[in-house]
Design a protein around this ligand. Structure first.
Ligand SMILES: Cc1cc2nc3c(=O)[nH]c(=O)nc-3n(C[C@H](O)[C@H](O)[C@H](O)COP(=O)(O)OP(=O)(O)OC[C@H]3O[C@@H](n4cnc5c(N)ncnc54)[C@H](O)[C@@H]3O)c2cc1C
Length: 466
């Protein structure tokens, strides 16, 4: 098979498949090369299956707190393999949906491993055999990323898991230790804790969820402690040794205290590295910086006609960032639409632990570090009628404004369904709204979103319900 296209996309994750569909909509003859599963990490091993798991742990938590609502359920229990099976079924359903969408949009899907092979050319192989040589004036690399490995603590799939094994456990572990407290580590910590495991989180930085606002990190830390988790910050895992019952994990805390923690399994969630190997970058002008392809605001690499999007290009490692870049990149190539380089301060980030965390824009510390004089609003969900009615009043909404212009610089939320609500503030950031429009916006009652309004009011000394 040898064929000429207008665009070749290498990698069928939320970056690649969205780019391919948009290109086809814009009239480009498009080929997509995918070596494993359409939908990429997100649909198969990331966003979607974890949310199916977290739905199960949320239900388990609810079943164990039913008395607060006047119900009784004797001895609620679950079939762990059914929980895992449902998560895999959800992933399979969505991956199948992507296949259908690509077909509907007349994108040619090529099954195999793609690599640049000279100007305008992608060579595709499968199990060592040649599959196709494709040519196009434009090539988008969307090969994604994989789990970073700590030297000496290499995942073996049995005692030390990456996110892949953590999604397919053979049995429900009674105890586990999570190394790393970014979104991925914290979601697994929350899932296993709510399913009944004894969970320890070890984070090398001085707080968990280190990219979030400090107050939000502190809020989640306290919530996790109340839930019975052990959270060690400023701590380093030195060694994982195999024992008869699982693992003995040596942890060194701030100040030099060394302890040994016995667990059944360890989840390593210490970051992400880009899939830059074996994609034909050698001999090209594509630059790689610490495992990520360097691009400009329109996703162009240093090699004419070669673009890169999504996790391959570095943080934030988020599916919606990958998809947005896919559309932006294709629209810039065709020149048919006005495009704006991506602004990371307008990309919301969500962590689906209990309580949920969501944010957009600058933290208070980052805003101050950038020289802004800030006004800060805070509203605790204990002052929100809907949160109390739901029985979930644990939460905080924090807003950060530029004191002189009133621009909303950042919003930081912890509490029920904040991952659904953050979009309100994301729109405010994109539209460059100030406190004036937000104050004059009417929020429906009773909703959790009223707390978003109250946080803005608080920043300007007008809060009503605290
Ligand atoms: C456990 C977990 C939970 C997550 N939860 C969320 C979340 O809730 N929200 C969120 O926004 N993000 C989440 N993410 C991150 C999200 O999955 C990624 O940001 C997203 O998948 C990146 O999309 P991508 O298209 O850049 O890459 P990927 O999704 O990694 O897709 C890349 C694709 O390229 C294929 N590929 C690689 N090399 C080649 C090659 N040479 N030839 C052909 N094909 C190739 C791969 O098989 C893969 O299908 C999560 C990640 C993990 C691991």
């Amino acid at each position: 098979m040898s064929d000429a296209y207008d665009l070749i996309v290498v990698g069928g994750g939320p970056g690649g498949y969205v780019a391919a569909i948009r290109a086809s909509q814009l009239g480009m003859r498009t080929a997509l090369v995918e070596r494993e599963h359409l939908g990429g990490i997100c649909l198969n091993w990331g966003c979607i299956p974890t949310k199916a798991l977290l739905r199960a742990s949320e239900i388990n938590h609810l079943l164990h707190t039913l008395d607060a609502y006047g119900f009784a359920a004797d001895n609620p229990r679950f079939d762990f393999q059914e929980v895992i099976k449902r998560s895999r079924q959800v992933a399979t359903q969505l991956s199948g949906g992507v296949k259908h969408l690509l077909k509907k949009n007349r994108v040619t899907v090529v099954d195999g491993h793609g690599a640049l092979a000279g100007p305008r050319t992608v060579h595709v192989t499968k199990d060592g055999r040649d599959v196709a040589t494709l040519t196009a004036p434009h090539i988008i690399l969307a090969t994604g990323a994989r789990a970073r490995v700590l030297p000496g603590i290499e995942p073996d799939g049995r005692l030390i898991w990456t996110y892949r094994e953590a999604m397919l456990p053979p049995v429900m572990p009674k105890s586990l230790l999570v190394i790393g407290s970014g979104a991925i580590g914290i979601e697994f910590a929350s899932f296993y804790a709510d399913m009944g495991a004894k969970v320890t989180v070890v984070e090398v930085m001085d707080r968990i969820l280190p990219v979030e606002d400090e107050e939000i990190s502190a809020f989640v830390h306290k919530a996790f402690i109340r839930q019975g988790m052990t959270v060690l910050t400023g701590a380093t895992v030195k060694r994982v040794a195999k024992t008869a019952a699982g693992a003995a994990v040596t942890v060194e805390e701030k100040g030099g205290k060394v302890s040994e923690i016995a667990v059944e399994v360890v989840i390593s969630a210490v970051g992400i590295v880009g899939n830059v190997e074996n994609i034909g970058l050698e001999g090209t002008e594509v630059k790689v910086d610490r495992t990520h392809v360097v691009t400009d605001g329109l996703c162009r690499t240093g090699e004419p006609g070669v673009y890169a999007i999504g996790d391959l290009t570095g943080p934030p490692w988020l599916a919606h960032k990958a998809s947005h870049e896919g559309v932006l990149c294709v629209e810039a190539i065709t020149g048919k639409n006005e495009v704006h380089p991506i602004d990371v301060t307008r990309i919301p980030g969500c962590t689906y632990c209990r309580p949920q965390v969501a944010s957009v824009g600058l933290t208070e510390a980052a805003a101050r570090a950038k020289g802004h004089e800030v006004r800060v609003g805070r509203f605790p969900l204990i002052g929100n009628g809907k949160a109390i009615a739901l029985g979930e009043p644990e939460g905080l909404i924090k807003t950060v404004f530029d004191a002189s212009t009133g621009e909303l610089l950042g919003a930081h939320m912890v509490g029920p369904e904040v991952t659904e609500m953050i979009q309100g503030y994301a729109i405010a950031r994109t539209a460059e709204l100030t406190e004036a429009e937000l104050i004059h916006t009417v929020f429906p009652h009773p909703t959790l979103s009223e707390a978003m309004h109250e946080s803005v009011l608080d920043a300007y000394g007008r809060v009503i319900h605290i």
